[in-house]
Design a protein around this ligand. Structure first.
Ligand SMILES: [Zn+2]
Length: 298
């Protein structure tokens, strides 16, 4: 067994979805409805998964991805509606694409304000293009020597429970700190989708990254479990779309049991991916893992 991250690609779900050819091969694009597309960066380790949600009046792009590709060019192939970027939070694999947008929505929180004001330098973006992290050829427009996320203008600061109207399509902001303090999920009550950002995906979920807080993470998962009657599918920001909602309960139970010490099986490692020095514990569950700060237990 070689054990490369890409060995499990393409993930099973994608064979059931309609793939759309575009002039931006950095992204793999799947049509879920005529108003909803999944935009996947399957050439990069994080498998960033963005969504294009098209209303009658305008379109929202949920998350910006790594910024290696040209997200604006891709969106313009898929819709002629005016579009804006709707960030679930400001980690490096979500704000890389901000450079391609004039209009950006973000939750109003100090972490988000700082990310927007300063962007992220090469030191914080570089890990995404380290040796072995990228398996697709870079787009011509991308210069790996000069890879950073410039500061960006937030044109609209979001509030909890705010409803974003796209014209015949509404997204409700659900503030869900824990993975980061500026994190939101987005609920489409009519189509019954919950866009989970990084609060749930079928990969390595974390509460230890910058801005993360495990107690907040537990509380946010609880809030999303309470909302389960309102959605039929989870739409995560990594790996794969269309995950059954019961996984949200599994994430909540996992986060709670880790804190309570019910789970004793974990692997320990020193974090090297971030610019602060800490030990983390990684717990493996059925379809995801959850990694937390070692200091949670001291
Ligand atoms: Zn994140």
């Amino acid at each position: 067994m070689s054990g490369n991250w890409w060995d499990i690609l393409p993930r099973k779900i994608y064979s059931k979805l309609e793939q759309v050819e575009t002039k931006q091969p950095w992204y793999s694009v799947y049509r879920i409805h005529d108003w909803l597309y999944a935009l996947l960066e399957d050439g990069q380790y994080d498998e960033a998964l963005m969504y294009l949600v098209i209303g009658d009046k305008r379109a929202a792009v949920i998350d910006g991805g790594t910024g290696i590709g040209r997200l604006d060019k891709l969106i313009e192939e898929l819709t002629d509606k005016p579009y804006f970027l709707l960030l679930t939070h400001t980690h490096n694999d979500h704000i890389g694409g901000c450079k391609d947008f004039d209009e950006i929505y973000l939750y109003d929180d100090p972490m988000g304000r700082e990310s927007a004001a300063n962007g992220l330098g090469r030191d914080k973006m570089g890990e995404m293009i380290e040796e072995g992290a990228v398996i697709k050829p870079y787009p011509e427009s991308f210069d790996p020597e000069n890879f950073y996320a410039p500061p960006f203008d937030v044109t609209h600061w979001l509030k909890d429970r705010e409803v974003i109207d796209l014209g015949g399509r509404k997204l409700e902001v659900i503030y869900t700190p824990g993975h980061s303090s500026d994190h939101i999920c987005l609920l489409d009550r009519e189509a019954r989708y919950l866009f989970t950002g990084d609060t749930y995906y079928t990969g390595g979920v974390t509460s230890y990254l910058p801005g993360g807080d495990h107690d907040d993470f537990i509380a946010s998962c609880k809030r999303l479990v309470d909302l389960m009657p309102m959605y039929d599918w989870l739409m995560p920001a990594h790996n794969e779309p269309l995950v059954e909602p019961s996984q949200m309960r599994e994430m909540y139970e996992a986060a709670k049991c880790i804190k309570e010490g019910t789970f004793t099986e974990y692997t320990s490692r020193r974090s090297v991916a971030t610019n602060y020095d800490l030990w983390i514990r990684r717990y493996q569950f059925g379809r995801f893992s959850l990694s937390v700060r070692e200091s949670l237990f001291s």
